[in-house]
Design a protein around this ligand. Sequence first.
Ligand code: TA6
Length: 286
Amino acid sequence: WKTIGQLEALEVHHPLFQATVFIQGAHLASFKPQNESDWLWMSPAARYEPGRAIRGGIPLCWPWFGHPARNAPEVRKRIQTDQAHGFARTALWKLEDVRENAHEVEISLSLDANEDFSDVWIGHALALLTFSFSIRGCQLALTTTNLGNDPLAFTQALHTYLPTSDITRTRVLGLGNSQYIDTLDNWEYRNQEGPVYFDGETDRIYESGEPLTVVTPRTGRKLSAVGSDSTVVWNPGPAKAAKLSDFPESAWQSMLCVETANAASDYRVLNNGQSHTLGVFIGRKS
Ligand code: TA6
């Protein structure tokens, strides 16, 4: 255990890798195989304070993704705030289990989203997040179970921040045949042809849950999703970077977000007692 800023974090020191998970938000801040640099990007200006989202790593957007107004009516009707990305990432989760062997470490945390959150959300659901770390990479599995009596409609995203040495020489492969919503151009639908390149602010919701390869000048990552039919690709570009909290103005050049999601039209509905798992495995390119 370690206190970082004002938050409690679980630090994994395995012979083959290290990882840091904050109990607030069940927030993976770092995953670092031995002799490698961190696979995740963390803002140098990130602040570790109760109730404040941490700018980097893998924030959990749950039980809604994006601005409430951009959600389907069935999702939006439960939300009593205009705060984007839900409350899971700033809530205190409960550590359920830690398992370790020669090859792997598995950590699970839970959040009982009950009437304690009734000021921002109407519903009752259990969120269970399981991390699996190994030399092959890191996996997240976020399982939502509807504990309420009426059907639960929700959106979510595993909001992965990845480092790059140069965003202008970075591309995302695997979205070449899918449509996307361009949130910067009046939420118009567009077709993606070929790799995704970054030329200024980029904020797109792809209608695809296909495996992706993120190619940066020095490394490459493969992201494989389960339970998802939408992928968000985001880079703030210079103008938005200047307005972002906890984000150095020039940092847009050294990061990108590739988010495994159930977003926009990909929202999910669970009846009482039903569960849905959204997962991502982040591995080596080759
Ligand atoms: O995932 C893309 C996005 O929704 C962007 O529109 C931007 O708002 C980003 O997330 C960061 O959101 P945050 O609330 O973490 O500052």
